[in-house]
Structures are given as structure tokens and as C-alpha cells.
Write a protein that binds this ligand. Structure first.
Ligand SMILES: [Zn+2]
Length: 489
């Protein structure tokens, strides 16, 4: 550290602008060398960083024995066609010196970084190694008071995530800030570690940061890339603490890339404390909103639960009421059934009495019917006992004769007197009952009123008419005598 005199840094226009550095060819080029007496010298500083003039090492005879800080091989001072001061290895250089494998573009980017750092008032040292070899910075920036250091790594070749993380951690372990600088688009480590993408000058446009720096838009709640920031401005902001690295809060890691019209995922960006607090406020607001939303959802959930519980209570109450009604109906039906049973029980003796009475009546009626029948039979026997068979023949002949006069041919029922014919003898004409011969007066009620009856004489006719109040027109009688003996006379 002794060689760094902390005095105002002279700004030295080392690179004629613009310089297009699209060359990826490796160049044997270094900006630092070890001077046998002055120690480390820097070709990018007017006094080589140690009070020596360029002329004291460039094209001097005898040659100064300068050595490569990296490999220890001899180097000599050179001037490029663009008047760029640098050191190159002497013939017979070791092939593995890392500086030999760096492109011209890489050298020029390092030079640009160092120049910008010095322009904003900090010291810059090229190609610096840690004493213990744990790190080797392309450009190490020192604050004027020597308290702060920031390593600037021009990373133009591919590097694994593991390597870049590892190297970043080593700087951070020593309290050294770091910024990885790339030129290609869509670098895989962009936003993984503190990093920026730069664009080399075009026309009047200087070196510009096009990726890695972002601002937070509170309105939209999104980070968006600041894509047109002069590199020197960025370096000033970083070294003066106005721009710092920030690990984006998880929900904001989809950041807007305005010039590419797309979102990309990033973890780490360079930004201002103001944007960081804006993000924090937005996050707090979002958390409040989410908490409110959750509360709202919880309230709705509870309300829904209450509604369901009330509906369930209503359902249970309705069920209870229904059960009560059913029980009441059942009890009423049971009561009715009991009442009817009781009434039936009350009615039973009466009904049985009625039944007994009816049966008694029926039996009496049957007795009466039988008595009547017996009476009628008795009467019929007496009625017919008066008549001899001769008298019967005589009577039948009279009837037959009388009806023949009317042109009717009749037959007498061979069964003789029957109860169906009121104990008289049916007279058939062409198989139909035409009338009844000598029915018993006591049984006349057994014949339909239209059936004519035939008797022997007026006395018998009168007897029939008197007994049952029969229409005299129905009764046809002859003049046959009552007694047999009279016939004999
Ligand atoms: Zn070397």
C-alpha cells in the first residue's frame, strides 16, 4: 500500500474516444509492471503511480529490468498506435501468464474502469493480487481516505456460477465491494452477483451501463432496468454510496427490461437507497393488503360458517318441530283409537243384546213360520180330507171340460197338492202355470195375485175369498156338491 500516495488524482485522457473494442483477439498487454527500484508501476497513471515519468521506462538505454507482476518474466514499456501506454512480455515469455490470455477488449475495459474510478476522485490499481493470493482484481478502487475498497471485474469470458459466487464471497469476506462487468447480452450471472452490463462507445455516446441497474416504480410495484446510464456516472454513484447492491425481495424478482420489452428474473441489482425503501414500502403495503385480504377471507369464511351453522340449526329446529308434530299426530291417532276402542267396548253389550234380540226375533219368526206352515199343512190336510178321490176326479173333469170349451188344453201337476201352489194342484197349459186347482184357503198368500184359482162350488169360493180377502174375479167355481152321498142321490 505504500506506493499509493493519497493525493488528488489527476485525470488523464488515456483512451482517445471513441474506441471500438470489438476485438476478442488475445493481446500481450499489461498495465502494471514491477520496477527494480520504485516497485509496482502503473502505465495508466501519468506518474506511473510513483512519481516517475513514462520517459524513464519507455525506450531508455540501458533498459530498465521491468518484470511482469503475474509471472515474473521480463516486460518492456510499449506505446500502441492509439498512443496507449502498456507493458508487453519480453521474448521467451511463459505461455501460462494469465495476462497473455486476455483480449484487447478486456484490457481496454479495465483501462476504462480505472480511468472512470480516478475521474470520480478515487484511486485505482490495475491487476491487483491479494497478499495471500485469495483474490486478484482486474481493477481495485480505493477511497481517498483508504477506508473503502471496491473490486471491478471485467468478466468477458464465460465463468461458472460456482466460480463467480466463490470469488464474490472472497471479496466480501475481506470487506471489499465488488462489481462484475460484462459486455455480452443475457449473461447468465447477471443479477446473480453484483453485476452490470456495459456497452462500448458509439459516436458521441460514452461507455454506458445497459443492464444491472434498476429503479423501483412504486405505482406499478415493479423494478425496471435503467438502460442508458453513462458508466462514469454509475461508478461515481457506486463509489459515493448513492448506488448500492440490493437483494431484491422475493416477490419483486421479475423485473422489467424496457428496451427489450420483456421481464427477466433477477436476485441482485444496483439501485439507490430511495428505490430500496420504495420497494420496502410497497412490500409493506402489499403485505398489509394481503393481511387485509386474508382477514377479509377469514371474515367471509367465518360468515359462511355462521350461515351454515344457522342453516344447520334451522334444519335441526324444523326437524324437531316436525318430530313434535308427528309425535302429536301419533298421540292423537292413538287417543282416537283408544276412544274408538272404548266406545266399541261400551257399545259391545248393547250390540250383543241387539244381536241376541235379533236372533231371538229370527228364532221367533222361524218358529212362527214353522207354526204357520204346520197350521197351513193342518188346514190343507183338513181341506183335502173333505174330498174323496172320486170327487177330485169329478172336479178335475169339470175343470178340464170347462177350459176345453174355451179351446184350452190343460194338464194337472202330477205331484198333486204342493206348498208352492198353496197346497193346491197346479194347472199347466203348454208348460206354463195357467192356474191352481183348489188351493188351501189358509195358504192363499203363497200365490201371486194374478193366478186364477179353481174351486168346486160357491161355498169353497166364499171360503177362499173370506179367508184372505181375495178378489172374487180370480176365483172360478163350479156347482159340484159338497158331500159324496149327494152325488149318489
Ligand atoms: Zn507475465
Amino acid at each position: 500500500m505504500a506506493q499509493f500516495v493519497l493525493e488528488p488524482v489527476a485525470v488523464y485522457p488515456l483512451i482517445p474516444r471513441p474506441v471500438a473494442i470489438r476485438s476478442s483477439a488475445v493481446a500481450d498487454m499489461a498495465f502494471a509492471a514491477i520496477h527494480p527500484e520504485a516497485g509496482r508501476i502503473d502505465a495508466t497513471l501519468p506518474d506511473l503511480g510513483c512519481g516517475l515519468a513514462w520517459g524513464s521506462v519507455y525506450k531508455v538505454r540501458p533498459r530498465i529490468a521491468l518484470r511482469c507482476p503475474e509471472c515474473g518474466h521480463g516486460v518492456h514499456a510499449k506505446l500502441s498506435p492509439f498512443k496507449l501506454r502498456y507493458f508487453a512480455h519480453d521474448p521467451g515469455r511463459p505461455a501460462d501468464c494469465s495476462w497473455l490470455n486476455e483480449s484487447l477488449e478486456h484490457h481496454l475495459l479495465k483501462l476504462e474502469l480505472a480511468t472512470a474510478i480516478r475521474t470520480v476522485g478515487w484511486h485505482a490499481q490495475m491487476e491487483v493480487r491479494a497478499a495471500d493470493g485469495t483474490w486478484r482484481a482486474d481493477v481495485l478502487a480505493f477511497s481517498a481516505d483508504g477506508t473503502r475498497r471496491v473490486a471491478w471485474e471485467a468478466q468477458l469470458s464465460p465463468i461458472t456460477h460456482e466460480d463467480i459466487h466463490d470469488r464474490t464471497s472472497r471479496y466480501q469476506a475481506e470487506g471489499i465491494g465488488v462489481c462484475w462487468v460484462g459486455v455480452a447480452e443475457r449473461l447468465p450471472w447477471m443479477g446473480v452477483v453484483p453485476s452490470i452490463q456495459v456497452c462500448d462507445p458509439h459516436g458521441e455516446r460514452p461507455w454506458t451501463v445497459v443492464d444491472g441497474v434498476a429503479g423501483f416504480d412504486y405505482e406499478d410495484g415493479v423494478w425496471s432496468i435503467v438502460d442508458d446510464l453513462p458508466l462514469i456516472t454509475f461508478i461515481r454513484w457506486v463509489l459515493h454510496g448513492q448506488t448500492i447492491t440490493h437483494r431484491i425481495l422475493p416477490r419483486y424478482r421479475r423485473i422489467w427490461h424496457g428496451d427489450q420489452r420483456r421481464y427477466t428474473r433477477r436476485q441482485t441489482i444496483w439501485t439507490t437507497p430511495r428505490s430500496i425503501s420504495s420497494e420496502a414500502r410497497h412490500d409493506a403495503m402489499r403485505q398489509r393488503q394481503e393481511a387485509w385480504k386474508q382477514q377479509q377471507e377469514e371474515r367471509e369464511r367465518q360468515a359462511e360458517q355462521r350461515r351454515q351453522e344457522e342453516a344447520e340449526a334451522r334444519r335441526r329446529e324444523e326437524e324437531r318441530q316436525r318430530a313434535i308434530r308427528q309425535e302429536a299426530e301419533r298421540a292423537r291417532a292413538e287417543e282416537l283409537r283408544r276412544k274408538w276402542a272404548a266406545e266399541a267396548e261400551q257399545r259391545r253389550p248393547r250390540r250383543e243384546a241387539e244381536l241376541r234380540q235379533q236372533q231371538e226375533l229370527d228364532r221367533a219368526a222361524e218358529r212362527e213360520r214353522l207354526q204357520q206352515e204346520q197350521r197351513e199343512q193342518q188346514a190343507a190336510r183338513i181341506w183335502w180330507d173333505d174330498l174323496s178321490s172320486t170327487q177330485l176326479e169329478q172336479f178335475r173333469a169339470a175343470v178340464t171340460g170347462s177350459l176345453r170349451k174355451k179351446g184350452l188344453r190343460v194338464e194337472f201337476d202330477s205331484e198333486g197338492p204342493t206348498v208352492e201352489n198353496a197346497y193346491g194342484i197346479a194347472i199347466y197349459q203348454r208348460y206354463r202355470r195357467y192356474g191352481v186347482l183348489r188351493p188351501s184357503p189358509a195358504s192363499m198368500h203363497r200365490l201371486p195375485s194374478a193366478v186364477p184359482v179353481f174351486v168346486r162350488n160357491a161355498r169353497e169360493a166364499q171360503q177362499i175369498i173370506d179367508t184372505e180377502k181375495i178378489d172374487p174375479g180370480r176365483v172360478i167355481h163350479f156347482d159340484l156338491p159338497d158331500g159324496e152321498q149327494l152325488l149318489l142321490l
